[in-house]
Design a protein around this ligand. Sequence first.
Ligand SMILES: NC(=O)c1ccc[n+]([C@@H]2O[C@H](COP(=O)([O-])OP(=O)(O)OC[C@H]3O[C@@H](n4cnc5c(N)ncnc54)[C@H](O)[C@@H]3O)[C@@H](O)[C@H]2O)c1
Length: 261
Amino acid sequence: MGRVQDKICFVTGAAGGIGAAVARMLAKEGAKVAVADVADAEPLAKEIGGKFHRLDVTDEAQWADAIGAVDKKMGRIDVLVNAAGIEGDLQAGNPETTSLAEWRRVHAVNLDGTFLGCRAVLPVMKRAKKGSIVNIASIVSYFGSPNAVAYSTSKGGVQTFTKSVARYGARDGSRIRCNSVHPGVIRTRMIKNIWAESARLLNRSAEDVEKLSLRMVPFGELGEPEDVAYLILYLASDESRYVTGSEFQVDGGWHLVEARS
Ligand SMILES: NC(=O)c1ccc[n+]([C@@H]2O[C@H](COP(=O)([O-])OP(=O)(O)OC[C@H]3O[C@@H](n4cnc5c(N)ncnc54)[C@H](O)[C@@H]3O)[C@@H](O)[C@H]2O)c1
């Protein structure tokens, strides 16, 4: 028996580093996993014996179609992992240079996308009076970011929205849990791009920027997508049955340092 044996899971951002690692781990532990992304995650779906849904998380109708299709075929959804996200334009990302269009674009994916996902799955989970939703926020939810204001604010929104869903999901005897996961620096396309863009902005080499970033991390190294996936596996499983509205950092201790600086 796997840790999430026979659970029906839906994972967004599955063409990306963290989403793919989560989907693989849930499948390895016995779940039936539907994967979703605006980019192609068909090969991953084939690999894990799941189904790929082309989904732009900013689109209400596409959410209704994707969740409706899984519910119709599988009869329920036990777990939703909202992992889709974008970092935004870091070259024009400070509080003075961020355009309103860019602010809205980043919020549309990171915050609206998470809201729409929760809203779409709640009626399905309410029928069963249980379920687990995991929203991926970020360590910058806590202390902002001078050059990624839209990104950090959207992730702060995800953190608070998660608590609202957790409180709502506990009403009327339901046990719909909702927790936020806050990664630090994890080896994916996103962090590589953030370092490359920061290097351009600061006129430093990408290696310099990487070293500077890792200096903030007590463990002094990048995390792997699987480090995040192990945490999400726990939150998806019944092992976390008494855990809701909580925040989980997976960051090699970065939040301890930044909070003091
Ligand atoms: N990598 C890190 O260091 C780090 C740190 C903190 C938080 N995060 C968060 O983790 C999550 C996963 O990021 P990642 O590091 O795997 O990055 P990634 O770029 O590898 O993956 C992100 C995925 O989201 C998908 N996506 C983007 N816009 C979408 C949309 N409109 N609809 C559907 N899918 C869309 C992309 O196609 C991509 O596959 C994101 O929410 C990110 O903000 C990552």
